[in-house]
Design a protein around this ligand. Sequence first.
Ligand code: EPU
Length: 428
Amino acid sequence: MEKLKIAGGSPLQGTVKISGAKNSAVALIPATILADSPVTIEGLPDISDVHILKSLLEEIGGKVQLSDGEMTVDPSKMIPMPLPNGNVKKLRASYYLMGAMLGRFKKAVIGLPGGCHLGPRPIDQHIKGFEALGAKVTNEQGAIYLRADELRGARIYLDVVSVGATINIMLAAVLAKGRTIIENAAKEPEIIDVATLLTNMGARIKGAGTDVIRIDGVDSLSGCRHTIIPDRIEAGTFMILAAAIGKGVFIDNVIPLHLESVTAKLREMGVPIEVGDDQIFVGWADHLKAVDVKTLVYPGFPTDLQQPFTSLLTKAEGTSVVTDTIYSARFKHIDELRRMNADIKVEGRSAIVHGPVQLQGAKVRASDLRAGAALVIAGLMADGITEVTGLEHIDRGYCELVEKLTGLGATVWREKMTEEEIEQLKNM
Ligand code: EPU
C-alpha cells in the first residue's frame, strides 16, 4: 500500500496533457459486448477502472488486448456468465454490464455495484428502463437478475436526470425491437460519446446530448474503431489546481465547450483564462474573490469538481457557499481540509468556506476519488508536507497523476506505507 507525499508551495508552470475520459471509458468498454466482431477504442486512460473492466470482459469470454491506451475487444465468444461478486463490486460503472448483457443475451446476473460513497446512489431509474423494455428484474442476495424473452422499444421518462440510467437504457435498447424514446435524459458529453460508438457499430440513435433520445432497434451491431473524448473532469481538476497554485498552466487536449461552467466560475473569481481550440490557458491572479457554487446536471457546474473547487476557495477572500444538489453527502473531504487549517463548515447540502487561509500540510485520507483530488490540490497549496492515503480511490480515475504534477514542477512522490501505518489506517 502506498501514500502520496506532497511538498507544497512551489508554483506550477508548463503544459499538461489530459487523458481520455474515465466516465466515458467505463461505458464504452461494456458497450463493446453488443457487437459481433472486434471493437477498438483508442485513447483510454491508464486507470484501475479500465483494467477491472478488461478483466470483467475476459471473465465472460471476451478476448481483450490493451496497450498504450488502445483496447481491442473481440466479443464474438462472450457468454452470459453470472457476475454476482468479485471485480464487479470494485466499481460503480459495472452497472453498465447490466444494460449491455441484457441487450446482447437478454439475460444477465450482475452484483450490485461498488464505487465512491457519496450518499445514496440508487439504480431505480436503470431498472425502470429495463422493465419498460420488457425485462423481468429481481434483486436476489445483492445481485440483480435480469431476464427477457425479447426486448421491445418503449417510451421511458426518467424521474431523475441520470447519466448512468440514460446510458444503460441506450445499451439495452439498441438491439431491442422497435423504437425507444428516453425522455428527461441526461445530456453529459459522455452520453454523446457512447452514442457515437454505438452509432459507428450500426445503432440508430438520435438526440444524444439533448433531453430526448430516440433509438430505433437494429438486428445486429458490428465492430468499429472509436477515439474517446478527453476527460473534462481531469481537465477541470487541473484548471482548479492551476488557479490555486499555478504561474501559467496550459491544459492540452480538451474540448473547451465541456468546461464552460468551470471557466466561468474561475473567471468570476478573478482568474485569467484563455480558451483555444483544444487547449485552455489558466493564468494567475494575486487576489481571488469568493464565489458561490451550485452543482447541477450538465451543462451546469459538475458535482465531480465540487470537492476540488472547495480546496481552491480556501484561498479566496470572503465567504463562499458550495452546494451539491446531486449528491447529499459528498462532503467527506471537508474534515480533512479542516485538519489542514481550512475554515469550512457543512450545513445540509452546503459547505461554507471562509477565506483566505494558508493551508498547512497534514496527514489526510481520501475517502473517494474526487475527495482525493481535493486533498492533492490542498497539499500543493499548503505549507509543509502533506501525506495523502486512500490512493486506491485516486488511482481509479486520475491517469499518471504524479507524472503530470511533476511535469508541472510539483514536488510529489509515492511512498510505501509501513506496516504500522497500514494498521492505523484500518483502525480509523
Ligand atoms: N439517481 C437516482 N436513481 C437512479 C440513478 C441516479 O435517484 O436510478 C440519482 C443519484 O443518486 C444522484 C443523481 O440521480 O443523486 C445523479 O446520478 P447519476 O445517475 O447521474 O450518476 P451516475 O451515473 O451513477 C455518473 C458519474 C459520476 C458523476 C455523476 C453525476 C460515472 C461512472 N459516474 O454517476 O462520477 O458524479 O454521473 O454527474 O459516469 C466521479 O467521476 O467521481 C463520479 C462519481
